[in-house]
Design a protein around this ligand. Sequence first.
Ligand code: NAD
Length: 470
Amino acid sequence: MSDYTLTIDGQAVAGEKTFGVVNPATEEIWAECPDATREQLDAAVAAANAAFPAWSRTPLEERRALLNAMADRVQEHTAELAGILVREQGKSLANAMFEATGTAMWFRAIAAIDLPTEVIQEDDDIRVELHHKPIGVVGAITPWNFPLLLSIWKVAPALVTGNTMVLKPSPYTPLAVLKFGEIVRDIVPAGVLNVVAGGDELGRWMTEHDDIHKISFTGSGPTGKKIMASASGSLKRITLELGGNDPAILRADTNVDEVIDPIFDMAFQNSGQVCGAIKRLYVHDDIYDEVCEKLAAKAQTRTVGDGLAEGTDYGPVQNKMQYDIVCDLAKSVKEEGGRFLCGGEPTEGKGYFFPLTIVADLTDGSRLVDEEPFGPILPIIRFTDDDDVIRRANDTSFGLGGSVWSGDAEKATEMASQLETGSAWVNQHFNLSPFLPFGGVKESGMGVENGPWGLAEFTTKQVLNIKKAS
Ligand code: NAD
């Protein structure tokens, strides 16, 4: 039995089977999750299709009002949602509260964005309008690092543009999203938002489903490629938000004391389990030793522990598979000539705990620099030449984000604009907003989320070409 239910056609639906959800801080199963069957997915998709005609014709102001009402419900339940997030994801309670309140804020912001019909030609004879039409049923598939927020990045724009949805969270962190389905169930018209949970196979059934018309996916690159292949069967629209290996470049004229805090935060936020975390820190030779020393000193002031414990800044790695990847990359450090400035060894005892780890003396071509660790381990790489460091930063199949830091903002802007990334920041990193498009280039994804551009991803364009009566 599970305390949580699927949401299908506006109803609470129990799973015929359940699977255990592990708390990464204890390695113990702390709750059971309903495991949706193929038939339950079919029922969710059928409900979403049945709801689509009426929902797509519902006036925009009513759809916006629903998003705001959902925000209110999330706001009323932030403590409950945050408590679930800590237990299933591992993050600290403060960060879980941040995710839950951010979710409510995101709903409200997306509800306010316009995606108006454009008049692209108008003369005595012809009026041509460009309309953004909803696609139909959107299948949303989400990862385990920000289970709630990254789901709402899909729910809010899909629903406000008139689509209906079947949402599937990660099997590692399904419960906050199921709870979200429960707390908005009575205010969403039946079938408009269906929430199912299950393993990777459930995601595969969704991408193959003939009656789902678009897949919006956030997760790893390898899964994104499988989704693209599978979606081609019915030429589904896809948006893919995939992994990154973001470089941050610190030029010689950077004010080190000013940048240590933001660099540290953007490298280790959520224990490094952030798609756009700083994962390769390139530092000019002139300030290399100072930056290494100050970042390592800062790491000593931070506490890694159970997200529920008082004083915890950073939680464990979320699951065993990711923990093994982090441990394996850490093991490669010494073999490849790296030097630990702090951390480096997995913490003994229960829980997938790995200390904040900073590594000096590695360079491009080593595993820790080239691969996405998605954990609390950061390589600091030395450089001497601005052009060369841009070439090295771009010498990767990833293209999510990147940043350049300098006392000379003009020079930094010129360098940042050369990064082959979806977002390029100057003197900051991973500064996101509901109003700014976010997405990857190269193998970090396809399409964007947020802003009117993100809303447009949930629509098809129709040219309405009207010959005026003579
Ligand atoms: P993952 O690809 O393993 O899983 C993501 C989701 O896909 C889960 O819900 C999973 O059940 C489902 N899935 C797995 N196999 C599937 C298949 N064959 N067909 C359909 N669905 C399938 O990713 P993860 O480990 O949960 O997340 C970590 C990754 O996500 C990292 O690479 C990270 O960088 C990336 N990420 C990217 C962004 C972004 O916005 N670009 C944001 C967060 C995380």
